[in-house]
Write a protein that binds this ligand. Structure first.
Ligand code: FS2
Ligand code: SF4
Length: 427
């Protein structure tokens, strides 16, 4: 444990073995975990409020959860586990609310083939997750020859009809957030960081990095009140990109699109032509063990479908997995913010096959990096999902006590090797 939040802290430095107040290591770690999960919920809640929607119970949970972690309030090892599960419930509500707001504002996503690579002319590269910011930028780019590219988790924007309708929405540059220092340096464009997943810049592009709203990077110019003129002017001042050879990647498999395929999916499952669905989803990170996820997808049997969302998809979304009688074998459901789509899809599959969640032929293979992923993990646990795999490393806040709860109650399993894990699942 590590706690230095009050004046009683050991040696005036930090309580690391046990709290002077009586807090034990497991309570401290569960409090930390609760705060991490609430950070994730707050990110979604923030974007909900940008779009004018809120849920009183989510706000109440955030207040209660934070208060719980104040000194000398809650020392119960059991109540804090329940609070973590409650955070999963609050996250479920807030993700659902955000998805509905996105659909209301930008339309229901439809499959899109997105051009990857530079096109001729001045450009703006938008990273982060904020679709409202992108929409406002696209509106303001109308009538200019500036092309707007998405980076990392902005990719699914191309699936939303009310965003894709703008001619200036040109394509995607780069992969997940971890490549940004190279990609931002390589392409001479103005760059906009809309949310988390932005790194302090290298000199090569520091003068063309803009942020907005909650995102602050020393030296980067901040866009206020959705006035993107300084960003657009910078893009024009920089001149243009030269066209390069383009490839494509697909995104935009929303719930309605997949449900429209439900009768065919059911037929193929009953005929044994689709054996299992794998949701391979979560964060990308520089950890060398992240290579597991590409290798896993490469080795998924040919009679299985891979669903994905969030930024670890850039590890494998250029693989050609083909289709099973017209059903694509790799379906990108969207951003990390769209984890709710996978959950709603799982619920729909339960109805389709008249099965309980844990009886479905669905295996979830997660990677986590930051706190939104922690919140999503607790949502899946709150829903009672068992037998999930998690990597690339176990959460450091989980000591043996907490891991025992996760393993005994949910059979949460650390990833081993792709082939061993697939064998374990397929039998
Ligand atoms: Fe990636 Fe993870 Fe950025 Fe998401 S690092 S999927 O929660 O925030 O994108
Ligand atoms: Fe130490 Fe408890 Fe104070 Fe934390 S709250 S610094 S564990 S005495």
């Amino acid at each position: 444990m590590f706690c230095y939040q009050c004046s009683q802290t050991a040696r005036g430095s930090a309580c690391t073995n046990a709290g002077v107040c009586g807090k034990n290591a497991t309570v401290a770690r569960l409090q930390d975990n609760l705060i991490f999960s609430m950070k994730g919920i707050s990110a979604y809640n923030y974007h909900c409020k940008e779009l004018g929607v809120s849920d009183e119970s989510v706000d109440e949970f955030l207040t209660k959860g934070l208060y719980t972690t104040l000194t000398n309030v809650n020392f119960d090892i059991g109540d804090l586990v329940q609070l973590a599960l409650d955070s999963g419930e609050a996250n479920f509500k807030v993700m659902k609310m955000l998805k509905e707001a996105h659909i209301e504002n930008f339309g229901e996503p439809v499959p899109a083939e997105v051009k990857v690579g530079a096109q001729e002319g001045p450009g703006i590269l938008v990273t982060g997750h904020d679709l409202k910011a992108l929409e406002e930028l696209l509106k303001q780019c109308e009538g200019t020859d500036v092309k707007v590219y998405t980076h990392s988790e902005m990719l699914p924007a191309h699936g939303y009809p009310e965003l894709a309708k703008y001619e200036s929405l040109a394509g995607q540059l780069g992969g997940s957030w971890i490549d940004q220092r190279k990609v931002f340096a390589d392409y001479n464009v103005a760059i906009l960081g809309t949310t988390n997943c932005v790194l302090p810049p290298k000199d090569a592009y520091a003068d063309r990095l803009f942020t907005m709203d909650i995102v602050k990077i020393p030296g980067a110019q901040v866009i206020e009140d959705y006035d993107f003129k300084p960003l657009i002017d910078k893009a024009i001042e920089l001149g243009g990109l030269e066209a390069e050879e383009l490839s494509t990647i697909s995104t935009g498999f929303g719930l309605s699109t997949i449900l429209s395929l439900a009768p065919k999916i059911k037929e193929l499952v009953l005929e044994g032509k689709i054996k299992r669905f794998f949701l391979v989803a979560g964060c990308d990170s520089p950890n060398p063990r992240m290579s597991y996820y590409r290798e896993f997808v490469e080795n998924v049997p040919e009679d299985c479908i891979v669903l994905t969302l969030a930024c670890n998809k850039f590890r494998f979304n250029n693989l050609e997995l083909g289709d099973i009688e017209g059903i694509p074998r790799l379906l990108d459901l969207g951003q990390c913010n769209d984890a709710i789509v996978a959950i709603e899809l799982a619920v729909a599959l339960c109805e389709l096959f008249e099965m309980e969640l844990n009886d479905l032929p669905l295996t979830i293979v997660l990677s986590w990096m930051e706190q939104k992923a922690a919140a999503i993990l607790w949502t899946l646990l709150y829903l009672g999902k068992t037998d999930m795999f998690i990597g690339p490393v176990l959460p450091a806040w989980a000591n043996d006590d907490i891991l025992n709860v996760l393993v005994e109650n949910f059979n949460l399993t650390p990833i081993s090797t792709p082939k061993e894990d697939i064998k374990k699942v397929m039998g």
